[in-house]
Design a protein around this ligand. Sequence first.
Ligand code: TTP
Ligand code: CA
Length: 390
Amino acid sequence: MDEIQDNTRRRQNPLNRGAGGTAFLSRVIGHIDLDYFYAQVEEVEKPSLKGRPVIVCVFSGRTEDSGVVSTANYEARAFGVHSGMPIAQAKKNLEGRNPEVIRMDHEKYEVISGRIMDDLGSMVDALEPTGIDEAFFDITDSTGGDYGKARRSAESIKQAIIQNEHLTCSIGVGRSKVVAKLGSDMAKPGGLMVVSPEATEPFLAPLDASRLYGIGPKTTSVLGEMGIRTVGELARADPSELESRFGRKFGGYLLAAATGSDADPVVVGLEPTQFSRIVTLRRDTRDAKEVAEQLSEGMQYIYGKLLQSGKSFRTITAIGILTDLSTKTRSKTFETAVSDVSLIRGTVPALFYELGRTVGREFRRAGVRVSGLEDVKDQTSLSEFIRQAR
Ligand code: TTP
Ligand code: CA
């Protein structure tokens, strides 16, 4: 990996050494966060919602309105509606504002999230998803540490997600995860904030320390007792005092975070939970054979991923994305985990046949996903089994 020295900061403190104890390294780390994710997905599926307050809710089923708001679009947020608010309260806030109340459809958001993560994975050096709608990424190698290039990369990522999914996101780029995360928070909604290595400390210094990733109300109050309110003040704190108050590890992290030199790497997800591939069809169709043919390479890719990771799967899903970008799926779950390519190839056309029949509309994009992954231990693949049985 290219490691570029950041000459803007030479002061060392014992809790926060760069690799080899030398100056800090300018990595190029990004954080991407999709805007009002569930609600935006619903807007994309039904464009007439745009401009109206939208709340996506989890209904508990006890009474008609019992449950909480999962997320709300910005039109609803303008009236104080937020994640976790009781539905009844949100409706009250939005009275007379023509709100759309939508039941949360987790499976749908998962499918879209999986697609976006797949796309992202191919655009960056390393991707670490940290939630359904957010991920850290590393583009140090591909940009050679050049922050001008990093800005262009981030812009193309934003463009790709708009083009493929019609969704907006916010991205922060900086030399550490803490800086990248702050950047994406500040860029919300829809923006891009690039904090170059030189700009890092002036960028961080005036912010409230409580804005740093990992600093909650408890830490904020202890810091307050120490007379520390801003990130700049935290950066100048006595390392040994921080260590005695917070312990060696967290004390060290606080100081590193405050200078944008937290060294935590972007870790590519070690344990995959699914593999998927989605293609844009050459023409809109719901002909199962035609769809499956165009997914042939995708199925081979998934099989390769299964082999590579030593996984077998329980569930296979056919994904159809309609011309209005709404997503329809049809799955089959096997009683035991399987890992055979012929099983994938055999099941997919049947699932698309069923899906096409029930949906009754044409697909613009189509995909395959395998999930319910398990380790292939001594388990033999179906073809192996048949071969041995002969
Ligand atoms: P967030 O990224 O926290 O929120 P958001 O995407 O809705 O809005 P923002 O534009 O501020 O990023 O969460 C991602 C999704 O997770 C969100 O769309 C819905 C879901 N979620 C819940 O279901 N419950 C919650 O309490 C929160 C915070 C999120
Ligand atoms: Ca989000």
